[in-house]
Design a protein around this ligand. Structure first.
Ligand code: ADP
Length: 439
């Protein structure tokens, strides 16, 4: 960045110098030419006056004047265009001048001027011609620098100025670049909003701040999650080892062994479910879902889930009803399956004996939709926002009794984020619960 700023500053200076050089050349050229024109006109007037006063002895007068100003070329042309006198060359060797623009103009209008390279002298000349009273023409000319010659004349001075300016600019650019860069180098990325730097950096700093907060939140969540996981794993493991220890020590009557074994089996099963849920969730969390999206018939999928859950429903005498129609959604089948399964399983788990579970799958104007409604125990208002948090349970002891891990709805939430599905809950304590998935 430093090198780039410095380089661009130097480039700007070089460009400015070149533009200044061109402009200066043009100005100097035009000013010099303007002065030259005035000078020649004045000289011409003087000679004209002198000639008028001293009569027709033009040649003599012109000779004298020419002796005074060496740079001025004086030419006298008669009314036919023949050169009668030329201060710089032999007049007899000069061709007829009647067609020279300044002379033609002087014959016609009394005076005329032109700039061109002289065929006789080989320089760029400025010519000014005046018609005298007897019809002859007096022409004065002086060498005038061309634009290129003016530029060449200015080159040494401009080179000295340019070198001095470049050295100065290099030093200034170095100093200025260091000044601009310093606040950026001193940025405290850990506390981005504490930096009082350039306004232009504010969006970047805000983004970094948000990222930092997000990272902190994730770190905190991970910490809480590991603490929760350890706790959740420890409880069934303690029970299992406790029961096993009692059995090992022969403290259980033979007739009680099946009961103890069943307890061990249930706790072990809970552990397996818990570990499975943790694996599912961490996979969703890492966004390392490698599963391919495909067209999934949501109605078919929900029906399959209901079939799978029917033993649980029958055990509790929960009446399950599914309505609606086929609707196809492009998503990850396995995750959609987990989501619908968890909500339906909850609707049975947290239902009363002889309760109802009504499922509707169909298409709406806003896209595919699934509603899963039960008339079970419901979720009190104050808990509704939190049920999607990991390990959050409304009634911890009962949830465990019912075989819950507290991770089911977290899986639903993550699956919904992955698919951009809107999940909403309507529930009342003892008034049942309705989950809506808007795809
Ligand atoms: P769990 O494994 O405990 O069921 P979930 O994440 O699936 O965990 O659900 C979180 C909590 O939300 C549950 O413990 C339960 O208290 C509540 N809950 C979820 N679904 C329902 C429902 N249909 N009816 C009543 N409460 C529910």
């Amino acid at each position: 960045m430093r090198a780039k700023i410095q380089k661009s500053m130097e480039l700007i200076l070089v460009f400015t110098l070149l533009v200044s050089y061109t402009l200066m050349t043009a100005i100097v050229y035009h000013q010099t030419l303007h002065l030259l024109k005035n000078e020649i006109r004045q000289e011409a007037e003087y000679i004209q006056t002198a000639v008028t006063i001293s009569g027709s002895n033009y040649l003599k007068e012109l000779h004298e004047i020419n002796a005074v100003d060496e740079e001025t070329r004086v030419t006298w042309i008669d009314a036919n265009g023949d050169v009668q006198y030329d201060s710089k060359s032999d007049s007899s060797s000069l061709e007829n001048h009647a067609n020279r623009p300044e002379i033609a103009s002087a014959y016609k209008n009394g005076s005329g001027s032109d700039i061109r390279t002289s065929g006789t002298l080989g320089h760029q000349m400025y010519y000014y011609a005046v018609r005298l009273d007897d019809g002859t023409v007096l022409r004065l000319s002086k060498t005038s620098n061309s634009m290129a010659a003016t530029a060449m004349n200015m080159l040494p001075v401009m080179t000295v100025i340019a070198v001095a300016m470049l050295i100065l600019a290099w030093l200034l650019a170095k100093w200025q670049t260091a000044r601009i860069i310093k606040p950026i180098n001193d940025l405290d990325i850990g506390n981005p909003m504490q930096n009082a730097v350039y306004e232009e950096l504010l969006p970047l700093l805000t983004a970094i701040d948000e990222q930092n907060k997000e990272k902190d939140a994730i770190a905190q969540m991970r910490k809480e999650f590991s603490a929760n996981v350890s706790h959740e794993l420890k409880t069934p493991l303690t029970s299992i080892s406790g029961y096993a220890e009692i059995m090992m020590n022969g403290m259980v009557k033979p007739e009680d062994i099946p009961t103890f074994s069943e307890r061990i089996y249930k706790e072990a099963k809970r552990l397996v479910t818990l570990v499975e849920d943790i694996i599912k969730l961490s996979k969703l969390d890492e966004e390392s879902v490698e599963l391919e999206k495909e067209d999934v018939n949501l109605y078919e999928l929900t029906r399959e889930i209901c079939t799978l859950l029917s033993p649980q429903a029958e055990k509790k005498h929960v009446h399950v009803q599914i309505s609606g129609g086929n609707v196809v959604y492009y998503g990850i089948r396995q995750i959609l399956n987990e989501m619908i399964y968890n909500i339906c399983e909850n609707a049975i788990k947290y239902n009363y004996e002889n309760g109802h579970l009504e499922i509707w799958v169909g298409n709406t104007l806003n896209g595919p939709k699934i509603t899963i409604a039960d008339d079970g125990i419901g979720i009190p208002k104050e808990h509704q926002e939190r049920i999607f948090e990991r390990f959050y349970r409304v009634d911890k002891s009962h949830s465990k009794e019912r075989g819950g891990t507290g991770l089911g709805l977290s899986i639903v939430k993550h699956g919904a984020i992955l698919h951009d599905i809107k999940v909403s809950v309507e529930s009342e304590e003892n008034g049942g619960t309705k989950f809506t998935l808007q795809f």
